[in-house]
Design a protein around this ligand. Structure first.
Ligand SMILES: Nc1ncnc2c1ncn2[C@@H]1O[C@H](COP(=O)(O)OP(=O)(O)O)[C@@H](O)[C@H]1O
Ligand SMILES: [Mg+2]
Length: 322
């Protein structure tokens, strides 16, 4: 197990106000996994990462990183991890290549080793085009790639990335993801990242841990979460309202169907496996003389999962990008 947390909490006290940022988080991450922590602003994602990277001391609970306690064994934890915080870490007037080289020296590498490592990372994250430029001239996406390279200098088996793609345009995000995925295949590193982009967590991570108000409210593959916690939506237009009423009665008898509503000649069905419901529904409806004229199937998104769990839409709660 690369990460194991039990009842991890963090309470901040600012004057008289108390913020329970993390209220009891249990997460297990196996070696080699790629896990996305998904949740709205203020859910406690960054605070969790900052505890796991030993930057913050937990208020209570325990966590081990590669078997080392984040409280009693900080140095060992720090040697096992790379951390790229929210916002940009690199930020001076050094050239990209020198920034990486200096970072290697900081980790105690000899000059030759550090130079070689910088060259490797420049290659791995496609930085060669601007390796001679000063950091301050890079675009957001380029800078983020440099940040990730900096987090990888000492070859950590575990990498934490806090909102690596926030604020980037879709193309740069896709490009960064390519690098993250390639990194993973090439180094076998365990990667834990946070995001509030639903589509990203859905399509890229193999496991999604949904965090809301300081607790884990769901933890599985995106597909499993959608199957278990949200329904497909089947909308059928019938020839007329009376046909819709008859088809609704048919739909109610299908075992996977969870909810049926009729508005005029339109039938809305929430169901698991909507794709298999459609042929059965059409066949049985025909048998009672109810004819469909159009059918539409929508698959749920992770936002439907979040909505189902919290009653709120993640899209709406996330109004400001931080
Ligand atoms: N240093 C701090 N002092 C006081 N409150 C904080 C501090 N850091 C974070 N918080 C609060 O803790 C909650 C969780 O924040 P954070 O972990 O940054 O959430 P996320 O990364 O999911 O957006 C928020 O309400 C935030 O305002
Ligand atoms: Mg954050």
């Amino acid at each position: 197990m690369m990460i194991r947390t039990r009842g991890l909490t963090k309470t901040f006290t600012r004057g008289k106000s108390i913020v329970e940022a993390v209220r009891g988080i249990d997460i297990d991450v196996r070696e080699g996994e790629l896990v996305a922590l998904l949740g709205p602003n203020g859910a406690g994602k960054s605070t969790t990462l900052r505890m796991l990277t030993t930057l913050l001391t937990p208020t209570s609970g325990t966590a081990q990183i590669a078997g080392h306690s984040i409280v009693d064994d900080r140095d060992a934890v720090r040697r096992s991890i790379g951390y790229v915080g929210q916002g940009s870490g690199a930020g001076n007037n050094q050239r990209v290549r020198d920034e990486l080289f200096t970072q290697g020296l900081c980790y105690g590498m000899a000059k030759k080793e550090s130079r070689e490592r910088a060259a490797e990372l420049i290659d791995a994250l496609d930085l060669s085009e601007f390796a001679g430029r000063t950091v301050s001239t890079l675009s957001g996406g380029q800078r983020r790639r440099l940040d990730i390279a900096l987090g990888l200098v000492h070859r950590p088996p575990l990498i934490f990335l806090d909102e690596p793609t926030t604020g980037m345009d879709p193309q740069s995000r896709a490009n960064l993801w390519e690098h993250i995925l390639r990194l993973r295949t090439e180094t076998g590193a365990t990667i834990v990242l946070t995001t509030h982009y639903l589509e990203e967590a859905d399509s890229m991570a193999e496991r999604v841990v949904v965090i809301d108000k300081g607790v884990v409210i769901a933890d599985d593959t995106a597909t499993a979460l959608k199957d278990e916690l949200a329904s497909d939506l089947v909308v059928v237009s019938m020839s007329d309202a009376s046909a819709a009423a008859r088809a609704a009665a048919v739909a109610e008898r299908i075992s996977t169907v969870r909810d049926v509503t009729v508005t005029g000649n339109r039938l809305q069905i929430r169901s698991r496996n909507g794709d298999t419901v459609i042929p059965e529904l059409l066949r049985e409806s025909e048998a009672v003389g109810a004819r469909a004229v159009a059918v539409e199937l929508s698959r749920p998104t992770l936002d439907d999962v979040f909505l189902g769990l919290t009653g709120r839409s993640l899209r709406e709660t996330h109004t400001v990008a931080r």
